[in-house]
Design a binder for this molecule. Structure first.
Ligand code: ADP
Ligand code: MG
Length: 701
């Protein structure tokens, strides 16, 4: 675009002027010509469409009908005068209502004549009415058909009161667009336009405001969404390429003793195909001399731990240290324990560093890291502290990536130069589209296949009123030697209330499951680490049969003998979280159960979510549904979803466009990394002039 022109005030558009310009700026933040060009309608009305009265969908707000008037009469409803016309077509009847202008209606409307009626519909039960409709005789309408498709622009009450109507918007936008063709420049290359059959930019802008037809409107929207996602993905790719270019990575070329030995003699099971595939992908990264940044997605229980161990062995075989960072102390402990066990026959030193490591031990660990004595460091955030320095850190693994941010990743980078390879793992799979938009600069690996022989966890929904039956079931299970998790929701609104819920729950559980037949542990966020560990340990060592907790156990905990997961107030959890919790059971060989307890009255939404949980066991599928039901904001938290706000594109539904945009960004940069080819000049110009993509200029200038 020609930025000088587009940055001019809207004041100079025909029909605007200083007063209106001030008003539009105050109400809608429309200041420059570019602002107005980009101010797309938020929906459209289709005046080419007529409805039969009995076929009007309940969710339709404006309708256009052809019918005959049967009666016109004045009435009074709650002291208010009104005029009521009954309009019939072959299928039914609808009321047209006026509150003023009665004389005009009575004089001009004729019984039994055909009218075209248009307006906003209101439902009262099954009775529909339109107040103050636009009404024309059929012959008059045919002579004077209104523009079939209209955009509707966001507006405010003040604007409407001051005469800035929808018609006004259309008029000034019409005036504007007619005069600026030369200033709206194509910003995609010809080959992209051709490959994806996209309309050119000017045509798209015209038609998104003033659509000539439904087809052109859809094509225009598709084109503008493509453009939006293309520059978004181009940004990721430019950042990524820049990193790859500037940063060398450590080369791990050797396949050494530790890995071979482990593979031959210590691997407790045959790896699944997906596990093998992922290890291969990572090994390829290790060999190419570039720093790896890879996201590993795999459902709960898909076996990411063993993958992380084996790739750490590669680092060790090449003379490097590794670290693995976990979001909670419980999880760090567990990783430490299972790694130590798996490596029991190896001359590999594994250390654990968490917030509760004693100062004395901490110093020893710091020394061992520096001397290179320690091969693998397992820990929590404590690892990130500056004082923790390695002799030669070659690989950093982050477990449960969604609990960490970009800042933490960056801290790990700084622990060596060049930076260590980074592998982030998550058991909260996110749909591919989301992953591409959030972690577009990462390479992605997935484990979709679960280890063989897994019995899917039987999931049921029980209402609170059936609690006694549930307790009875739990007792039966415990008598069979199984253990039970009982989880209460944590809602940030009021920690005090949450805590109270949990303690009340705990007390009632203890009452229901009395000693000495039953033993109950409790774990929650307010306990200090020592007590937490103590309680956790009692459960892991089967001293207690029931673990009452908040969602602290959500991530990673592995107690194979625990085969029942009861989730209290399950309606308060999102699908992904429920799935995480469910993943705590079904880790042994016994039939396992997940019981979703809810209050007796559920909203439609909650019902759907619970039903989905009962039916679907695949985490990737659940993630897709979760995204559709809750949207990215609730699913990921607002911090992350802020990165997903697009003007037009919707990453939930525009998957195909996103894929295409991403692939073409990748392909273009492969052939022309700095966008110097003549054919890519439009893209280059967009980056140099548009405020949205200006931050990318440094990569190509
Ligand atoms: P997650 O991906 O959730 O971290 P884990 O690595 O904790 O999963 O693995 C879950 C369980 O599955 C562990 O008990 C692990 O030993 C086991 N496991 C992992 N891979 C396999 C496999 N290929 N065959 C059989 N069991 C496996
Ligand atoms: Mg895990």
């Amino acid at each position: 675009m020609n930025s000088d022109f587009l940055n001019q005030s809207i004041e100079f558009i025909k029909g605007v002027g200083p007063a209106r310009s001030k008003l539009l700026s105050e109400e809608l933040n429309l200041k420059t010509i570019k602002d107005l060009v980009d101010f797309y309608p938020y929906r459209y009305i289709d005046r080419s469409r007529f409805y039969n009265i009995n076929e009007i969908p309940k969710n339709q707000s404006e309708v256009q009908i052809i019918g005959k008037i049967r009666s016109i009469r004045r009435t009074k409803v709650r002291y208010r005068d009104r005029l009521n016309c009954e309009l019939y077509d072959d299928t039914g009847k609808i009321d047209l209502i006026w509150y003023r202008g009665f004389n005009w209606v009575e004089e001009s409307l004729k019984i039994n004549e055909d009218y075209v009626v248009y307006g906003k519909i209101t439902w009262f039960g099954n009775k529909a009415s339109i107040a103050h409709p636009e009404i024309k005789t059929k012959s008059n309408f045919n002579r004077n058909i209104p523009r079939r498709l209209h955009g509707i622009y966001s507006s405010t009450e003040r604007l409407v009161n001051e005469g800035v109507t929808q018609k006004y918007f259309i008029k000034i936008i019409f005036n504007l667009l007619n005069s600026i063709q030369d200033n709206i420049k194509e910003n995609l290359s010809l080959s992209i336009l051709k490959e994806f059959n996209l309309v050119d930019r000017y045509k798209a802008i015209i038609n998104i405001h003033l659509p000539e037809s439904q087809e052109l409107l859809s094509e225009s929207i598709r084109r503008l969404k493509f453009e939006e996602l293309f520059f978004n993905q181009l940004g990721f790719q430019l950042t990524r390429n820049d990193r790859v270019q500037k940063l060398n990575g450590f080369k791990f070329e050797k396949v050494g003793n530790n890995l071979n030995e482990f593979y031959k003699n210590s691997l407790p099971f045959e790896l699944t195909g997906d596990q093998k595939k992922v290890i291969k992908e990572i090994r390829n990264d290790f060999r190419d001399g570039k720093q790896m940044n890879r996201l590993l997605q795999g459902d709960v229980g898909s076996g990411k731990t063993i993958v992380s161990l084996m790739v750490m062995l590669i680092a060790i075989d090449n003379g490097f240290q590794s670290c693995i960072l976990a979001p909670t102390e419980i999880l760090a402990n567990q990783h430490f324990k299972s790694l130590s066990e798996l490596l029991i026959n190896f001359d590999i030193k594994v250390n654990l560093l968490t917030g509760s490591t004693k100062t004395k031990d901490r110093k020893l660990i710091h020394n061992d890291l520096l001397s290179g004595e320690t091969n693998i460091l397992v820990g929590t955030h404590a690892i990130l502290e500056d004082i923790v320095q390695f002799r030669n850190l070659g690989l950093s693994i982050i477990d449960e990536q969604h609990r960490f941010g970009v800042a933490q990743r960056a801290k790990l980078w700084k622990k060596n130069n060049p930076p260590p390879h980074i592998l982030v793992m998550t058991a909260t799979p996110i749909p591919r589209t989301l992953a591409m938009s959030l972690y577009g600069d990462l390479d992605i690996s997935s484990i979709k296949e679960l280890p063989p022989g897994r019995i899917t966890t039987k999931t049921v929904h029980k209402y609170d009123k059936n609690r006694l039956n549930v307790f009875k079931f739990l007792k039966d299970q415990i008598k069979k030697g199984r253990q039970v998790y009982l989880v209460y929701p944590l809602i940030n609104e009021s920690e005090k209330l949450d805590y109270k819920d949990l303690m009340d729950g705990y007390e009632s559980v203890v009452r229901e499951f009395p000693r000495p037949d039953f033993q109950v542990s409790i774990v929650h966020g307010k306990m200090n680490a020592k007590d937490k560990d103590y309680e956790m340990k009692r459960f892991i060592e089967k001293e207690t049969q029931i673990l009452v907790s908040t969602t602290v156990i959500e991530v990673g905990v592995n107690v194979p003998n625990a085969s029942v997961m009861v989730i209290e107030s399950a309606e308060r959890f999102g699908l992904s979280q429920l799935h995480q919790l469910r993943g705590r059971v079904g880790r042994g060989n016994d039939e396992s159960y997940c019981i979703l307890m809810t209050k007796d009255k559920l909203s439609e939404d909650s019902k759907l979510r619970i039903e989905t949980m009962v039916k679907v066991s695949d985490g990737f599928k659940l993630a897709e549904v979760d995204l559709k039901l809750r949207g990215p904001g609730d699913m990921l938290g607002t911090r992350q979803s802020g990165m997903l706000k697009f003007k037009l594109a919707d990453i939930i539904y525009d998957t195909e466009i996103l894929n295409n945009a991403r692939n073409s960004a990748i392909n273009i940069l492969r052939d022309d990394p700095r966008l110097n080819n003549k054919e890519n000049l439009p893209i280059r110009t967009e980056i140099s002039s548009s405020s949205n993509s200006k931050n990318l200029w440094r990569y190509i200038s």
